[in-house]
Design a binder for this molecule. Structure first.
Ligand code: NAI
Ligand code: HPV
Length: 376
């Protein structure tokens, strides 16, 4: 791979200081400017070879079009839905993420929301602060023996399963790519969504946001659930349709929701946040010092490796050809029949890798490219 020259990088969000340190140690000039407006970013971006973001900076096509020198957009985290990957690819800008750096933190917050929902901890704490001692109102239910449905059995879904199994929960799930025999090894029985909905006491979603996952939980799927199901979304706003969720909460079909993410962040419509059976956080899944240190360091090291021509780890936007039978690395890709394929992949909307031979979509799968060859 030919080295790519990166002399200057703009960091537009609160990224761990180790990111700046590693880049500067490798001769890259770093400028941190937080809370830029879209107009500010459009006028600034032409001065930089690289941009490092988290989830708040919306890197739209008009920003990318104005970025005459930009070669890399580094996402210190997992989801790249805030970056127009198509526009970046058209402009020859590489988009890179660090998908495993915040897995444990996001999984832990998910489990915290599940356990809090079962015992109304946030509501009880608020009532104590209001000077009350209300033991009756906050009667809960044990998690032991209950069924947790996990939709999306990738990195975070897997970690959630093992943690909630330690509470004695039965874990069932659905994933169109991760093979059933792989998740059976983690104690997660896979089934169709139709079979899953009516069995669950709790449902948690861990998919990327893309057309096939938008509104996965909607009026029709809520209607198939047990009355009183509780749901958690620590993935992306919109995977659980927000209007349907509100209707299900109001009718009692859904007894509680734990929400870390929203369609609009921060949400202007406060109906869900204000609902008494909703516990919510301002997108805190990755907000731990450990996750931020990993993501900040990983994105800096990946950029430095790219500059040195060592590799393109984490790239989600490079047009890439995989040699026949190449080892794809992680569990759920190993399930794809690659052995007789020359896997020509191209990037689709929302950062999906699409195999031109099979049409199989790989969400958010920069890590699939580890060890790959033939980057353009
Ligand atoms: N709240 C937060 O701060 C954080 C949120 N996230 C988000 O969590 C989500 C999951 O992240 P990871 O587990 O790292 O991703 P991953 O790529 O490891 O796993 C996603 C899984 O979803 C599956 N999937 C795709 N389409 C599906 C469908 N229609 N139905 C069911 N499963 C489907 C994929 O096959 C894959 O196994 C992403 O949306 C990510 O952006 C990640 C980190 C922090
Ligand atoms: O990594 C992800 O997908 C996240 O949602 C975390 O977002 P953040 O880096 O905390 O803005």
């Amino acid at each position: 791979m030919a080295p790519i020259v990166i002399k200057s990088i703009l960091i537009s969000e609160s990224v761990d200081p180790c990111c700046k340190k590693v880049l500067e140690e490798n001769g890259i000039q770093v400028t941190e400017k937080l809370n830029l407006t879209k107009e500010d970013l459009i006028s600034e971006i032409k001065n930089y070879d690289g941009l490092v973001v988290r989830s708040s900076t919306k890197v739209t096509a008009d920003i990318i079009n104005a970025a005459s020198n930009l070669k890399i957009i580094g996402r210190a985290g997992t989801g790249v839905d805030n970056v127009d990957v198509d526009a970046a690819t058209k402009h020859g800008v590489i988009v890179m993420n660090t998908p495993s750096g915040n897995t444990i933190s996001a999984a832990e917050l998910t489990c915290i929301l599940i356990t809090s929902l079962s015992r109304h901890v946030p509501q009880a704490a608020m009532s104590m602060k209001a000077g009350k001692w209300d033991r009756k109102k906050f009667m809960g239910a044990e998690l032991f023996g209950k069924t947790l449905g996990i939709v999306g059995l990738g990195r975070i879904g897997k970690e959630v399963a093992s943690r909630m199994q330690s509470f004695g929960m039965k874990t069932i799930g659905y994933d169109p790519i991760t093979p059933r025999e792989v998740t059976a090894g983690w104690g997660v029985e896979q089934m169709t969504l139709e079979e899953l909905w009516p069995q669950c006491d709790f449902i948690t979603v861990h998919t990327p946001l893309m057309p096939s996952t938008t509104g996965l939980l909607n009026d029709a799927s809520f209607a198939k659930c047990k009355k009183g199901v509780r749901v958690v979304n620590c993935a992306r706003g919109g995977i659980i349709d927000e209007d349907s969720l509100l209707r299900a909460l109001e009718s009692g079909q859904c007894a509680g929701a734990g929400l870390d993410v929203f369609v609009e962040e921060p949400p202007k419509n406060r109906a869900l946040v204000d609902h008494p059976n909703v516990i919510s956080c301002p997108h805190l899944g990755a907000s731990t010092s450990e996750a931020q240190a990993r993501c900040g360091q990983d994105i800096a090291l990946q950029i430095v490796d790219m500059v040195k021509g060592k590799g393109l780890v984490g790239a989600v936007s490079a047009l890439v050809s995989l040699p026949v039978g190449m080892e794809m690395g992680y569990g759920h890709c190993n399930g794809i029949e690659m052995s007789n394929e020359t896997g020509a992949f191209s990037i689709h909307h929302s950062g999906l890798l699409v195999c031109s031979r099979t049409g199989v979509e790989f969400p958010d799968s920069g890590w699939c490219l580890w060890g790959g060859e033939g980057f353009g």
